[in-house]
Ligand binder design. Structure first.
Ligand code: GDP
Ligand code: MG
Length: 448
C-alpha cells in the first residue's frame, strides 16, 4: 500500500505584504504586472493582500534580496497592517530567506515559488498529482532545512521515534537524511503510478491517432475549451492552476477523423523549475503531441508576455519544435476592432470557449493540420492480410482500393505510425500529403 503523500503545511490564509524589486529586464513584464499576478496567486491561496512594497535595484541584494534598510521598512509596514506573511516576488536563495526571517521576525517569509507550490498542493487531485507536488516541495525544502523541523515531522517522514537520531547525527542531519529518503520514496512511487498512464499514452502513440495537447498560460481557458469540445467535465475556475491533472478525451473532427485532446497543467511566468521537473511525466503528453493548441487569454492586458512565457516553458520541456496553432480565446471580452485584427492573424484562430464561438473554424484548422501530417502511399496487401485492410478502413483515409490478382491495392493517407504497419507491402515511398504551414506561421506572429 503506498504511503499517503504527507500532509503539507501551506501558507493558506493570512494577510500579506508583497515585495518586488524594480530592475532592468527584457522579458516584457512590468513589475506592476508581476505583482498583480503575485496578488492573484495569493488570492488563490486564500491570502489577502494588505500592501505591496517595491525597491528599485540593479540586481537583488545577495544577502537580503532587498536592501536591509528596505527590509526594516517592510517590517514596520507589516506590523502596522497586521500582516502575517511577507511574500517575495522572486525565488529567494536559502540564505536570503534565513536572513530575511531575522529581519522580519514577526511574520512568515515566503517567495513566489513556495506560494505556487502551496497552490499546487491545494489543487492536486489525483494520487499522481499529489506525489508530483510533494516531490517538488521536498526538493524545495531540502536546501532550506535549518534544523527547525520538530520530531513530529521526522516521525511523519518515516523515521519513527527510535530512529530519529543516528549516532552522532544532529537534528538537521537527521532531517536532511529523512527528507532525502522521502524524496527517493516519492520518486519510486511516482514511477509506479506513472506507469499506468504511460501504458495508455504509448498505446495512443502506437495507434496512430493524431494527438492534440492544450497548452497555455494558467487561466487562459484550456479546461473550458476541452469541455466545450468534448464532454470532459473538467473543473473550470477563475483561479490560477485550478486543474493540474492531465485529462484526455476523444475529439471528432468535421472530416470524420477522431483525434485525442489532452488538457494539462497550465504555465506561468517564473514557473518553478522543480515543478516542471516533477511534472515531467504529465508533460510528456505535451512533448509528444502531434499538435500543440496554444490557448491565449487574448483579453488579458499582458497576453503577449504570457505567450512568451509559455514558449519559454515549452522550450524547457523540449516541446518548442512541435507544430503549434494559436487559439486566441475570450473573444467575447474583446472590442470589435480587436476581434477583427486577431481574426486575420496568421497561424491563429479567434474563439470564445465559454460562448462556444469560433469552434467550428478551430476544428477545421485542427483537421487540416492532422491531414497535413498524413503520409500518402500505395500498398499491395495480400489477401491473407485482411487485418491490415481493416486497419486501413479504421485509421486511414482511403484514396483508392482495387482488387488484383495478388492482393488488394490500396492508396492511403495516414498518420506515419499507421503507415509503418504497411511497410512490408508498400509500393512507393510515402510522401507528405499536406502543404499545411501552421507551424511556421505560428512562430512569428503571436501578438494579440
Ligand atoms: N469571458 C470568457 N471567459 C472565459 C472564456 N474561456 C474561459 N473563460 C474563463 O476563464 C477562467 C479560466 O478558465 P479555465 O478553463 O479554468 O482556464 P485554464 O486554467 O486555462 O484551464 C474561467 O473563469 C472561465 O470561465 C471565454 O471564452 N470567455
Ligand atoms: Mg485548467
Amino acid at each position: 500500500m503506498p504511503r499517503e503523500a504527507f500532509e503539507v503545511i501551506t501558507t493558506v490564509e493570512g494577510r500579506a505584504v508583497l515585495v518586488g524589486i524594480d530592475r532592468p529586464r527584457t522579458d516584457g513584464w512590468l513589475l506592476e504586472d508581476d505583482l498583480s499576478e503575485l496578488g492573484r496567486l495569493a488570492d488563490t491561496a486564500g491570502i489577502t493582500v494588505a500592501a505591496t512594497a517595491t525597491q528599485r535595484l540593479e540586481r537583488p541584494n545577495p544577502r537580503t534580496f532587498i536592501g536591509a534598510g528596505k527590509a526594516a521598512e517592510v517590517a514596520d509596514l507589516a506590523k502596522d497592517l497586521k500582516a502575517t506573511v511577507v511574500i517575495f516576488d522572486d525565488e529567494l536563495t536559502p540564505s536570503q530567506q534565513a536572513n530575511l526571517e531575522t529581519l522580519l521576525p514577526e511574520t512568515r517569509v515566503i517567495d513566489r515559488t513556495q506560494l505556487i507550490l502551496d497552490i499546487f498542493a491545494l489543487h492536486a487531485a489525483s494520487h499522481e498529482g499529489k506525489l508530483q507536488v510533494e516531490l517538488a516541495r521536498l526538493e524545495y525544502v531540502l536546501p532550506r532545512l535549518r534544523g527547525m523541523w520538530g520530531h513530529l515531522e521526522a516521525e511523519r517522514l518515516g523515521g519513527g521515534r527510535g530512529a530519529r537520531f543516528g549516532a552522532g547525527e544532529s537534528q538537521l542531519e537527521t532531517d536532511r537524511r529523512l527528507t532525502r529518503r522521502r524524496i527517493a520514496d516519492v520518486k519510486r512511487e511516482l514511477k509506479t503510478v506513472a506507469r499506468a498512464r504511460e501504458t495508455q499514452r504509448a498505446a495512443r502513440a502506437r495507434s496512430g491517432v493524431f494527438r492534440v495537447a492544450l497548452v497555455g498560460y494558467t487561466n487562459a481557458g484550456k479546461s473550458t475549451l476541452l469541455n466545450a469540445l468534448t464532454d470532459a467535465g473538467v473543473l473550470v475556475q477563475d483561479q490560477l492552476f485550478a486543474t493540474l491533472d492531465a485529462t484526455t478525451r476523444r475529439l471528432d473532427l468535421p472530416d470524420g477523423r477522431a483525434v485525442t485532446l489532452t488538457d494539462t497543467v497550465g504555465f506561468i511566468n517564473k514557473l518553478p523549475h522543480g515543478l516542471v521537473e516533477a511534472f515531467k511525466s504529465t508533460l510528456d503528453e505535451v512533448r509528444e503531441a502531434d499538435l500543440l493548441l496554444h490557448v491565449v487569454d487574448a483579453a488579458h492586458p499582458n497576453a503577449e508576455a504570457q505567450v512568451a512565457a509559455v514558449r519559454v516553458v515549452l522550450q524547457e520541456i523540449d516541446a518548442a519544435e512541435r507544430p503549434q496553432l494559436l487559439a486566441y480565446n475570450k473573444a467575447d471580452l474583446l472590442p470589435v476592432e480587436e476581434q477583427q485584427r486577431l481574426q486575420d492573424a496568421p497561424g491563429a484562430v479567434l474563439i470564445s470557449a465559454a460562448a462556444h464561438a469560433g469552434l467550428d473554424a478551430l476544428l477545421e484548422r485542427i483537421a487540416s493540420v492532422a491531414a497535413g501530417a498524413d503520409h500518402v502511399f500505395s500498398a499491395l496487401v495480400p489477401y491473407d492480410r485482411g487485418d491490415l485492410i481493416g486497419v486501413a478502413h479504421e485509421q486511414a483515409h482511403i484514396i483508392s482500393e482495387e482488387h488484383t490478382e495478388h492482393g488488394t491495392r490500396v492508396t492511403l493517407a495516414a498518420h506515419p505510425e499507421v503507415t509503418a504497419r504497411f511497410e512490408a507491402f508498400r509500393e512507393n515511398a510515402p510522401e507528405r500529403s499536406g502543404t499545411i504551414d501552421t507551424d511556421d506561421d505560428a512562430e512569428d506572429d503571436g501578438r494579440p
